[in-house]
Ligand binder design. Structure first.
Ligand SMILES: *Cc1c(COP(=O)(O)O)cnc(C)c1O
Length: 378
């Protein structure tokens, strides 16, 4: 059996090597032209893929979140509601821009921002909500969008993990994650659905006024001889990365469907026991399984991970600590017990190896060792 990897960038490169190498050489030539359209070409492909009007590529997903928030022109200290369980990048961007992160708990099945918790956290100072499409699944956008409309809030989608996930609206209408709110951010880091060979990201909107703002923020007006009106955030996407990502964008659906097959194998294996909860898929969303994240009894989780490690099976705890208990957000005054679902998830989640090239023998080996352990220690 081949070694089991958590993700497999090397195999993806090998799969597309001739095409990527040719695109690389062509990009080197094109970069020597003045005003090379490489990045613009990639942006229009992403816009077409998502069904969004404006795509502004940038250096990484963290910058994309920051540019998206800056484009909203919010007053200092304005409150942005976001999930307490997940990656810290969104809350960091909010804090860095002088806004106030406000956390809300997540739903126990999908791990997504809980609309009822958002409703409770909203105050007259709230200006935006920032749902995260976590692990490849959409946040409950119908409830969140209608709540935002009722309270006149911006919706900033953190779509750094779920490019390609499809959201199904209440009338059956389909749209891609990242095209639903006022503005969204995505990432092209190697461990994301569309992986370049280095870093990348993009800000996406179909709103003309927000697009105009993003243009201003990401353009150095001073250099153009104009009086700058806003903060300038320098974050260009490397044209070489744009060229690599453009190749991989053609294959994103095939990567996503291959990961779904892997997920299906895991799902079937874990269906036989209540000791392992497979990731939930809500009827309103497809799942691209950027991560395949199970939950187990918190008492077993760390022992299980250690057991898997001894069998050469990698796994990762995404995420070991909810945001409201992390040091950079201590000034907000939250305490343990404030968000019980997020706290419990932090103790019970485990993300298993997930990439398009996992083979059946590897999957069977992973499931067998995992199930043996939880059954023996229950
Ligand atoms: C990866 C990630 C980011 C940041 O993207 P980078 O390209 O790594 O800067 C932000 N939010 C979430 C939820 C992420 O998973």
């Amino acid at each position: 059996m081949e070694d089991i990897k958590m993700t497999d960038q090397k195999a993806q490169y090998a799969q597309h090597k001739p095409e990527l190498d040719a695109a690389f050489s062509a990009a080197m030539e094109r970069m020597m032209q003045e005003n090379s359209p490489l990045v613009d070409d990639f942006a229009s492909k992403v816009a077409g893929y998502l069904g969004a009007r404006h795509v502004f590529p940038c250096a990484n997903g963290t910058d994309a979140l920051q540019i998206a928030l800056a484009a909203l022109d919010l007053p200092a200290g304005a409150e942005v509601i976001m999930p307490a369980f997940g990656d810290a990048a969104g809350a960091e961007a909010v804090k860095l821009l002088g806004l106030k992160p406000v956390f809300a708990d997540v739903l126990p099945d999908t791990y997504m921002l809980d609309p009822a918790a958002v409703e409770k956290a909203a105050t007259p100072g709230t200006v935006a909500i920032m749902p995260v499409h976590l692990f490849g699944h959409c946040a409950p956008m119908h409830e969140l969008l209608s709540l935002a409309a009722r309270h006149s809030l911006f919706v900033v989608e953190d779509n750094t993990q779920s490019l390609g996930a499809v959201y199904v609206g209440p009338e059956g209408q389909e749209a891609k994650a990242g095209s639903l709110g006022h503005i969204s951010a995505t990432a092209f880091f190697p461990a994301k659905p569309l992986a370049g060979t280095g870093e990348g990201g993009a800000v996406i909107t179909s709103d003309a006024a927000l697009a105009e703002n993003i243009g201003r923020i990401t353009r150095n007006e001073q250099q153009e001889g104009a009086e700058p009106e806003r903060l300038y955030i320098k974050s260009p996407l490397d044209p070489l990365q744009a060229a690599m990502q453009e190749v991989k964008l053609k294959y994103i659906e095939s990567y996503n469907s291959a990961r779904r097959e892997v997920a299906h194998f895991y799902d079937k294996a874990f269906a036989e026991t209540v000791l392992v909860q497979a990731p939930h898929r809500a009827p309103y969303s497809s799942h691209t399984y950027q991560q395949y994240t199970i939950t187990v009894n918190p008492k077993l989780r760390d022992g299980l991970q250690e057991h898997l490690r001894r069998q050469h099976i990698p796994s990762v705890v995404y995420y070991p600590q909810p945001l409201h208990l992390q040091e950079p957000f201590a000034y907000l005054g939250y305490k343990a017990g404030d968000f019980p679902v997020s706290e419990r998830l932090s103790e019970s989640v485990l993300s298993l190896p997930m990439h398009p090239r996992l083979k059946e023998d590897q999957l069977a080996y992973i499931c067998q060792h995992l199930l043996n352990y939880v059954k023996q220690h229950d």
